[in-house]
Design a protein around this ligand. Structure first.
Ligand SMILES: [Zn+2]
Ligand SMILES: [Zn+2]
Length: 167
């Protein structure tokens, strides 16, 4: 082979190796970046974040596979969503209302217990919306609400004046 041809082949080979090396390096770095981003969405523990990035940096694709096995199952967003759901569920349970007297289940918009007739809510005298018994102002229209205790007690009746006797 002429030496010039050998030279050209050498140059081409060098370019190929350099390109392959550059590609591998870019691939490796992107694996590390991907793993670092992923772990950051799953934990706030800086030590775990560095460990994951370091593992992928050292072992590349194999490190990434190990990372897949070990990483936290849920992202922080998923954990947050789950907590919100649980809170909502808990609130639903708390809002399951029962009659304070007979403890039968009652609906939120019942005025009184259908079982024992205990008053549960009072309607606003102005807008008619149901108010809690202890509220003394309507939060919807601002009208002063009558205290139920006053209504619950029978008003003392004035003794009727005895008819005057004639004679
Ligand atoms: Zn009841
Ligand atoms: Zn009102």
């Amino acid at each position: 082979m002429p030496p010039e041809l050998v030279n050209s082949i050498g140059v081409v080979l060098q370019i190929i190796v350099a390109l392959a090396g550059a590609f591998l390096l870019a691939f490796w770095v992107s694996l590390v970046i991907w793993a670092f981003r992923d772990i950051r969405s799953r934990t706030r523990d800086i030590f775990a974040q560095l460990l994951a990035a370091l593992m992928v940096l050292l072992f590349g694709p194999i490190g990434l596979m190990i990372y897949f096995l070990l990483r936290p199952r849920e992202t922080l967003d998923q954990v947050y969503d789950r907590q919100l759901e649980q809170e909502a569920l808990l609130q639903d349970i708390e809002e399951q209302r029962a009659c304070p007297k007979c403890h039968r289940p009652v609906e939120e918009d019942f005025r009184l217990c259908p079982n024992c007739r205990t008053p549960l809510k009072k309607p606003c005298t102005n807008c008619g919306r149901l108010l809690h018994l202890e509220w003394d102002v309507c939060p919807y229209c601002g009208t002063e609400a009558a205290s139920p205790r006053v209504h619950a007690l029978p008003a003392e009746e004035e003794p009727e004046p005895e008819p005057e006797r004639i004679g």
